[in-house]
Write a protein that binds this ligand. Structure first.
Ligand code: TRP
Length: 355
């Protein structure tokens, strides 16, 4: 049954941005570690500078990129149920009030649907988006303030994969952590488990996590039309936005670290790796070439040599079976409470409870 908590319990906090990291140092360290390892890798959050965040917003609106609109449709259909489930009373918490936090909030365009449902149930809600992009958080704050009355927004600029989140938990509220958009799929299975364990360590038993996961193609299953070509198109759109998003990471290293990647000599490639159940993004070197990264706070200068056809494996996007989601949650201190899918079984939204 909906109820309205005493408003005095939820003080109005002015929208505020807390910067919890030193971005320049973090970038230098990540790039050195990633590009000198074999195979060369880069951490997913490096894509999301101002330009990258803007390009990603464009990706989410592409006709080929079914993920965002499918997850949004699941929220539209089930938001009240999701909030009710996350607010389920327990013995020591008979009338829970939720605080929502969001990892990698971006501009929070889908989150408004869940926040509106939380406001319908409890009258007001505190929302704490966390992201590495200040501009994305400014847009998120604007968007939520303009569209969802009853929400108090507190932003934090942080890399949630490694940093503890200052949760500012209000007394007697339960946390619902949102990790949507299939961002968890951008981590290797081990790193995904570590990200969720890091989050779990900051929650209390009974707090919940809403995790968005893109589903693996169901080979031959008649209820799904999702196949390899659906997946490949989503990461190789006709307008070339994904290609621009992928190359932007090199442009960023040029801008912020003084590297000298020649963007015309790398091309975007998306590959479906069925064994690993993931889309792989590569930037393939068209010619033999050498790239220089100057000395920085993480250490001395270094060079990278590329053969023609050699690639930087820039990103993965893992696709999950329901069983795989459950294993991931269990191994990081959660239990899967409930899962919602779209009618075509393209995407899943999972509610997990911290144990
Ligand atoms: N979380 C998104 C996904 O895996 C991120 C993404 C979309 C992405 N397109 C990309 C990451 C292209 C790297 C390259 O779908």
């Amino acid at each position: 049954m909906p109820f309205t908590p005493a408003v005095s319990e939820l003080p109005e906090i002015a929208p505020d941005i807390v910067i919890a990291s030193n971005p320049a140092e973090a970038i230098a360290g990540e790039v050195r570690a990633g590009l000198t390892s074999i195979p060369k890798t880069l951490s997913p959050w490096l894509f999301y500078d101002e330009t990258g965040s803007r390009l990603f917003e464009q990706i989410t609106e592409l006709p080929e990129y079914y993920l965002t609109r499918t997850e949004r449709a699941i929220f539209h259909t089930h938001a009240d149920e999701i909030i009710a489930e996350a607010s389920r009373p327990t013995g020591n918490d008979p009338a829970p009030i939720l605080t929502l936090i969001e990892l990698g909030a971006g501009t929070a365009t889908k989150t408004g649907i869940l926040l509106a449902a939380a406001v319908r149930r409890q009258g007001r809600v505190v929302y704490q988006p966390v992201d590495v992009s200040v501009t994305a958080l400014e847009a998120a704050t604007e968007n939520i303030r303009a569209n969802v009355p009853g929400v108090t927004v507190r932003c934090q600029v942080a890399d949630y994969t490694t940093q503890a989140l200052p949760l500012n938990r209000l007394p007697n509220t339960r946390t619902l952590a949102l990790y949507i958009g299939s961002s968890i799929g951008n981590f290797s299975p081990d790193d995904a488990r570590d990200v969720l364990r890091n989050l779990r360590a900051q929650l209390l038993p009974g707090d919940t996590l809403l995790l968005g996961t893109d589903l693996a193609p169901l080979n031959g299953a008649s209820s799904s039309t999702k196949d390899e070509s659906t997946l490949l198109a989503a990461y190789n759109d006709d307008a070339g936005v994904t290609a621009a998003f992928n190359s932007n990471v090199l442009a960023r290293l040029n801008r912020e670290l003084g590297a000298n990647f020649n963007l015309n000599r790398f091309i975007h490639k998306a590959i479906w790796n069925s064994e690993e159940s993931r889309i792989e993004m590569h930037l393939e070197s068209l010619v033999p070439q050498r790239v220089h990264i100057p000395e920085n706070t993480s250490g001395s200068a270094f060079t990278l040599d590329f053969a023609a056809g050699e690639s930087i494996h820039t990103e993965n996007s893992y696709k999950f079976t329901p069983a795989r989601v459950e294993r991931l949650l269990t191994s990081s201190g959660f239990t899967l409470t409930r899962q919602w899918q779209d009618p075509q079984h393209f995407f899943a939204v999972n509610l997990a409870t911290a144990v």
